[in-house]
Structures are given as C-alpha cells and as structure tokens.
Design a protein around this ligand. Sequence first.
Ligand SMILES: [Fe+2]
Length: 336
Amino acid sequence: MSEASIRKANQLAHKHGIDLSKLPKSLDLTVDNITEVVHAANANCQDERLRFIFKSLVNHLHNFARETSMTTEEWVSAIDFLNNTTRKGADIREESILVLGVLGLLTLDETLNNPTVPGATEGSLLGPFFATNTIEFQNGESIASEGKGEYLWVEGKVLDTKGNPIPNCAIDTWETDGDGLYDVQYDAGGTTDCRGRLHTAEDGSYCYRAVVPVSYPIPGDGTAGQLAKALGRHLFRPAHLHMVLEAEGFEKLVTALYFKGDPYLTSDVTFGVKSSLVVEATIEMDPEVARKRGFREAKEHEVVRYDFVLATAEEAKEAKEAKRRAGLKAQANFAA
Ligand SMILES: [Fe+2]
C-alpha cells in the first residue's frame, strides 16, 4: 500500500472516529483462538449487560460450530431457514415465535422470567393467538356461540396466597373451537368467538359457558412446521384454555389449563404443560343443571373447576429480585 493510500485510509478512520491504535489485533485466526479475538473486538461495548449477553452468545455459537463441524451446505440451509422464518407468513402470524416454541425457548423464557411465588398458580405460554379485541361477558354467560363445540362449564375462584378472594379480577380467556381452530385463524380481525373477558364477583368467584377445546397442530406450512417434521416431531399442542388474570395490586398471570387424559399432554410441541395446570373435567349429567347454567340444549356437559392463586405485586417483585440477584452473580462469575 502506498504511503498516500495509507494516509488516506487513516484520515478516513479518523473521520469515522475509529482509534486504530486501541483495537485488538485480529490476524491469522484459528479455530482455537477466534473466540477470544471476537470477545476482544466487542470489549469496547459500553453497555455492560449487552457485552455480557454477547460474550455468552459468541461463546455458545462458536462452541456450537466447533462441536458440530457443520458443512457449508448446512450453513446455507440454516441461513435460508432464518430468512424464511422472518418472511414466511409474516403478515398473518409471527413464525419466529413458533420456531422458538418448537425449540423450547418460549417455555424456558417464561419459566426463567416468571419465578413462581410459593402457593401461587404457575404461568404458561401466551401463544400467538391472544387478541386485544375481545368481548366483555358477565359471569354465567357464554364465550362461545352455539354450535362451536361440545358444551363446557368453567368455574372457580381467584384467591391471593393467603386464601382471600380477589374481587373484580379481570379474566381474559380464549380457546379453540371443536375443530381445533381459534377465531383469528378463520379471519384475523373478524368475528370474535370462543374468547372473552369477565370479572370475578365479590367472593372471587367466576363462571362461564364455553366449548370443550381440542388438541390442535401449530401451523405446519412455515419453517416451524418444517423444523418439527425434520426433527421427527409431531405438531400438536394438547387441548387447553388460555387465561390471563389481572387484578389491581397483583402480579398479572398468563397461564392456561390443560385437560387430564389428553393424549398430547406429555408431548406438547411447545413444551408448555405443567402438571399443576392440568384439570380433570367431570361430566354433569343432570339436564336441569344444564338448563340452569343456560345451555341451549339441556344435556350432559363437561365441567372444569379451577381456583387461581395470584401473587401480590410485592411478592412477585421479591421473587424476581431474588432471581435477578442470582443472574447478576452468574454474570459476575462469567466476566471474572
Ligand atoms: Fe393455544
């Protein structure tokens, strides 16, 4: 390189605020030393948390590459996969969420970030079919229109960790119909069905009519479906009722109820089931009870009863703080 060219390059670096004298040397990298050199290149990052996250990420990615010795063709197909994940169906659903679900990362994230307060109900996945446009219902009303599935009656209470009822707790609930589809899958932004919001009564109780949800496959026409199939997995989630509970002074609870006996209970494609959230539906045979509950046909129906326990905001904060301190300890050990 001529002296003039070198001078020009140095001027350009100066113009961009790059102090070349302070940069770590990156030359003749090998399989064994490249990780440390990348760490050194990132060492000027001023955000300590970001620096820590990327140090760990680079470590894991490099170790992954060394461990698997992936071929160039395999890397190309991995890049195609990532590109297709962001593109495919982006207008109707978030495919990347499904991919993370298949890989168990959604459940891992949910569990890591929502430490359960002793006695409080455990959380579960929100899933991609939550919708903000919902309908307000009174206790005893139906969230599902007639003909959407087999009759189901859902009831229970919402309590604090000391057993006191929580009145006026908002419960958002949504489920598949009897064909295993959510309303938004028929027509995004269209008719709301099998979905609703109600509030607990003074004694913390809630009850509503619904339909028996069924196990369903996550959409299989995108990369998440391709990945599951390639890994020899099925695409099904066991039947469930989604629930989000919110009450003033309490930690918001995102959870779901699963049904005992569901054949997919222990092989959920997104790993979301917790045994504390599995309910055993009973059968109500008395037609008079069905009539009183407001079902159009006075016939036998399934009944699910579940009492939710919410942690106070303070209890949840303490649990999260303990988790955060443990995380910071790990971060400090890692950086040392
Ligand atoms: Fe779901």
